[in-house]
Design a protein around this ligand. Structure first.
Ligand code: BEZ
Length: 191
């Protein structure tokens, strides 16, 4: 699948008659809230793990030197914590462009922190998109993140802001924190 998913997403869900819908954020949507929302609630989704396995050519890297950003990987028993936003479907006109580098909107079940459930949408970059990079050792991921910069800024800023936001949410994302610790341990040239 081509890395630009804008058109794919426009045709994915029918929003006719829908005034608002939950959107689950597990990456930059947690800390970069540049869209209007009606309500926000900490939430999680089951069976999915956050991984720095997606390439970023347009925000935190370039086509020549892509950065790494998060996607979700299916993993039985896993739980991904994040933030749910109740938004107007109009918000997707903006977010589908912002998150166009390989991400598709999927329907998912959200679990709110009070134990109640809701249905919502989540952006996931699947393995078949051109920008997918896949698994690598934590130190290699940290090295790539340390050196990548794109139009939205340094890739390291993305990682550090996400790690900080996950801590504030009380998440224990060992994957994110391990990469953060590799990044903080050594200057770029020693990674
Ligand atoms: C998120 O924060 O949920 C998100 C991450 C990557 C792309 C789109 C959304």
């Amino acid at each position: 699948m081509s890395a630009d998913t804008t058109e794919h997403n426009r045709n994915r869900q029918d929003f006719s008659g829908i005034e608002s819908i939950w959107l689950f954020g597990y990456g930059s949507l947690i800390y970069k809230v540049d869209f209007p929302y009606l309500e926000k609630r900490p939430a999680s989704i089951q069976g999915w793990a956050r991984r720095f396995w997606q390439g970023s050519h347009d925000h935190r890297g370039t086509p020549e030197a892509p950065g790494r950003v998060v996607t979700l990987i299916e993993q039985p028993g896993a739980k991904c914590k994040g933030m749910a936003f109740r938004v107007s479907p109009k918000v997707f006109e903006h977010l589908d462009v912002r998150e166009k580098n390989g991400y598709l909107r999927f329907t998912t079940t959200l679990t709110f922190d009070n134990g109640s459930h809701g249905e919502g949408l989540v952006y996931i970059a699947t393995e078949d998109n051109e920008a997918f990079l896949g698994e690598a050792p934590d130190a290699d991921i940290a090295r790539q993140i340390a050196s990548a910069v794109g139009p939205s800024g340094p890739n390291s800023e993305y990682l550090l802001r996400l790690a900080e936001s996950l801590r504030a949410l009380g998440d224990e994302c060992t994957h994110t924190f391990a990469i953060e610790s590799c990044l903080k341990k050594a200057p770029e040239e020693d990674l």
